[in-house]
Design a protein around this ligand. Structure first.
Ligand code: GRF
Length: 201
């Protein structure tokens, strides 16, 4: 399978997925990293993994739709089957979602539907939950609302600050995101409305 990753920052999830492909744990390849941020550390990770990357500046496009149309054009040209958002800080527009139905994944560091959107660790700490976690979901037209593929529950400790909680959750993100990608690549994912079934191998 031909996979694309979109990232805006550090790129640690991108790196873990890329590594799983490189090590042959997932068949296929990441054909491109697309970033909206020229300073994203994900770019260095792409170079380390030998993955081609593209920087597209949203400011060079008249609208968010035009930006997404350009991304779709690149992804279709590269015959991409699956798109992974990994710390991608832009909300994807319907132009993009309709071009890849049930084929765009995202990871969010909370147990959705709790704490969608920005600063989920802060939201969890402020709410006072004792368990938070990470969610890989299919991207739909809402923000962090799509069908859930896999989740990991992670304890919130009394002494936690945003940094310590996000670090603990990130370790699980690095496990479940490559796992979810593998399920898709292996053709084991069936989506029925909101319900995602992982078929037996
Ligand atoms: C992760 O916590 C991810 O869940 C969230 O943004 C962060 C990105 O981290 N969407 P990285 O760029 O993958 O290191």
């Amino acid at each position: 399978m031909r996979v694309a990753v979109l990232a805006s920052g550090r790129g640690s999830n991108f790196y873990q997925i890329g590594k799983a492909f490189k090590e042959g744990k997932i068949s296929g390849e990441i054909v491109v990293l697309i970033t909206n941020n020229r300073k994203a550390r994900a770019i260095e990770k792409a170079e380390e993994l030998g993955i081609n990357w593209v920087f597209l500046n949203p400011k060079s496009f008249p609208s968010r739709e035009d930006y997404d149309k350009k991304i779709v054009e690149i992804l279709k040209f590269l015959k991409v089957d699956l798109v992974c958002l990994a710390g991608y800080m832009l909300v994807v527009t319907p132009v993009f979602i309709d071009a890849f139905p049930n084929r765009i994944l995202n990871i969010h560091p909370s147990l959705l539907p709790s704490f969608p959107g920005l600063k989920p660790h802060w939201q969890a700490l402020t709410y006072g939950v004792k368990i938070s976690g990470a969610t890989v979901h299919i991207v739909d037209k809402g923000v962090d609302t799509g069908p859930i593929v896999v989740q990991a529950a992670v304890p919130v400790l009394p002494e936690d600050m945003e940094d310590s909680l996000s670090e603990r959750i990130l370790r699980w993100e690095h496990r479940i995101y490559p796992q979810a990608v593998k399920w898709f690549v292996d053709g084991r994912v069936e989506v029925n409305g909101r319900n995602v079934l992982i078929k037996k191998a």
